[in-house]
Design a protein around this ligand. Structure first.
Ligand SMILES: Nc1nc2c(ncn2[C@@H]2O[C@H](COP(=O)(O)OP(=O)(O)O)[C@@H](O)[C@H]2O)c(=O)[nH]1
Ligand SMILES: [Mg+2]
Length: 290
């Protein structure tokens, strides 16, 4: 069985409508990866389910590098991280996109506390930032990279081990576990966990402080809120924030201080105590900012 070097699927030259198809079985990449790499076209497929991915990771018992995106830090992702029984580290990727006023060391300490996690790192696979810290974790020769879809697993492996895994801005590029032997290492890339709230691949994180006016209802991503006081919003720059003078029929009341409200894409930081009304029950955590 020959596997595609881009996405891990078993290659076949029999049926173009099935995954793994390549016109020539001696090719290194399947047709889907070839099109992703050369024409930036995307063919959507159903990925492995999270339980099967976790099971395989735990069976392998390799040192596990869990890669996530800063805007995806939420209970769903942390729950997956905690289901991994191996020695592990939580690596928050794409730190090149963080607003420059944030103190990374401070964020790390807060994330450890809020989510009760021992090891947290911030890196940028794309811009090669802080990779030296991550390299100090590579003492074990058997390593598995995992994390939610599009968090940058394959980009990171390519950077660390000079491989040519397929990477793209689309979800579920990597279809199966890919075993790579390099120097003294055995490395696995894995298909991304499917999570409910995946931010689109974005180019920038917007960090805006807004003074809420009681007369207005604010729509931020997936929630509507109303209140009086300052909030700071962290979302991908393509997410629209609307405010409108409208009848306030928001039924949930929240008194918040030093908390983050988790959105589908990103979060809102509330420093000083304010009352916020919302259209649905908010998902709250102790703030990772201050
Ligand atoms: N800005 C930024 N983008 C990144 C970084 N790492 C990966 N990406 C981008 O995120 C997208 C998904 O990357 P990929 O490696 O395919 O993610 P995977 O699904 O986890 O393997 C691609 O468009 C990458 O270029 C990073 O450190 N910074
Ligand atoms: Mg991948």
């Amino acid at each position: 069985m020959i596997k595609c070097k881009g996405c891990g699927i078993t290659l076949q030259d029999k049926d173009p409508s099935l995954l793994g198809y390549t016109p020539k079985i001696t090719n290194t990449y399947c047709e889907r990866c070839f099109k992703t790499i050369h024409y930036n076209t995307y063919i959507k497929v159903n990925n492995l389910n999270n339980k099967d991915i976790i099971k395989k990771i735990n069976n392998l018992k390799y040192f596990t590098i869990f890669i996530t995106d800063y805007l995806n830090l939420n209970n769903e992702v942390i729950k997956l991280y905690k289901m991994i029984n191996n020695q592990k580290v939580l690596v928050i990727n794409k730190c090149d996109l963080l607003p420059s006023n944030l103190n990374i060391q401070h964020l790390i300490e807060n994330i450890k506390k809020v989510y009760n996690i021992e090891d947290v790192l911030f890196i940028s696979a794309k811009n090669k930032l802080h990779l030296e810290y991550l390299k100090s974790y590579l003492n074990d020769n058997n390593i598995i990279f995992c994390g939610e879809t599009s968090s940058g697993k394959s980009t990171l492996i390519n950077e660390l081990f000079q491989t040519k895994l397929t990477t793209s801005k689309y979800q579920n590029t990597t279809l199966d576990f890919i075993k790579i032997k390099k120097d003294n290492y055995i490395i696995y890339d894995s298909p991304g966990f499917n999570i409910k709230e995946v931010p689109l691949v974005y180019n920038n994180i917007k960090c805006i402080t807004k003074k809420l006016n009681k007369e207005y209802v604010y729509t931020i991503g997936d929630i509507k809120i109303n209140g009086e006081g300052n909030i700071t919003i962290f979302v991908p720059s393509n997410i629209k924030i609307n405010s409108k003078k409208e009848n306030n029929n928001l039924i949930y009341n929240n008194e918040l201080e030093y908390k983050d409200i988790i959105l589908n894409e990103g979060f809102i930081y509330i420093k000083n105590k304010i009352n916020i009304k919302s259209n649905k029950e908010l998902i709250i955590r102790d703030s990772i900012i201050d």
